[in-house]
Design a protein around this ligand. Structure first.
Ligand SMILES: CC(C)(COP(=O)(O)OP(=O)(O)OC[C@H]1O[C@@H](n2cnc3c(N)ncnc32)[C@H](O)[C@@H]1OP(=O)(O)O)[C@@H](O)C(=O)NCCC(=O)NCCS
Length: 173
């Protein structure tokens, strides 16, 4: 992919940005059109919501359009039923050079008890791009406490493994 010009690639990259500035919360309700024959939501519908939540989080951090580069393991831990409220949250774990890792969590909320349980948790990598889709340098994330630095260190380790897997995939057979 062609590179953005040096000045554009650094546009808007200044002081570290806090995780709070990009934290995203989305609420959906599961309607009959979202359901499979068992009355629980289609996995693909949840994946689309996850992608939107992650992209909004990344874009709020970068103040740029961000594209999905990779999604780590995505497991459905419990069914989400018609009538349930679905809460999605996104937060930035770490920033790299032109990419960043976003943690997206999906919880179902029982409308009668308001009890919440985690149904999906996944890690996504987004790449900030310019108007022509060329990768651009992302602003750094401010790591404000021990939990933030723990998440950052884990994200850096995962990045190495993720890129190694990507390299393996692209190797000639
Ligand atoms: C993601 C994409 C922009 C990367 O472009 P590229 O030409 O490989 O560019 P680069 O090699 O410079 O990589 C750019 C960044 O992507 C990261 N990246 C590329 N492939 C990756 C992968 N499989 N997993 C994680 N990160 C990846 C690189 O590490 C780099 O980040 P860094 O600068 O922080 O190290 C490009 O492959 C693309 O446009 N893919 C399609 C995206 C898309 O359509 N998504 C769905 C709709 S939004």
């Amino acid at each position: 992919m062609r590179r953005a010009s040096l000045s554009d690639r650094f546009r808007g990259v200044s002081e570290p940005r806090s995780k709070g500035a990009s934290f995203t919360e989305m609420t959906e309700v599961v309607l009959p059109q979202h359901a499979n024959v068992l009355g629980s939501v289609f996995g693909g519908t949840v994946m689309a919501w996850v992608d939107v939540c992650g992209a909004i989080t990344a874009q709020r951090h970068c103040k740029r359009v961000c594209v999905t580069a990779a999604v780590d393991d995505l497991a459905f831990l419990a069914p989400i039923r018609v009538g349930d409220i679905v809460r999605l949250t996104g937060r930035v774990n770490a920033t790299f050079r032109t990419s960043l890792e976003v943690d997206v969590r999906v919880e179902r909320e029982d409308p009668r008890t308001l009890e919440r349980s985690v149904c999906v948790e996944t890690l996504m990598t987004f790449v900030a791009v310019d108007d022509e889709g060329r990768p651009c340098v992302v602003p750094p994330l401010a790591y404000e406490n021990d939990d933030d630095t723990r998440r950052r260190d884990a994200a850096y380790a995962r990045r190495e493994a993720r890129l190694a897997r990507a390299r393996e995939r692209t190797k000639a057979p």
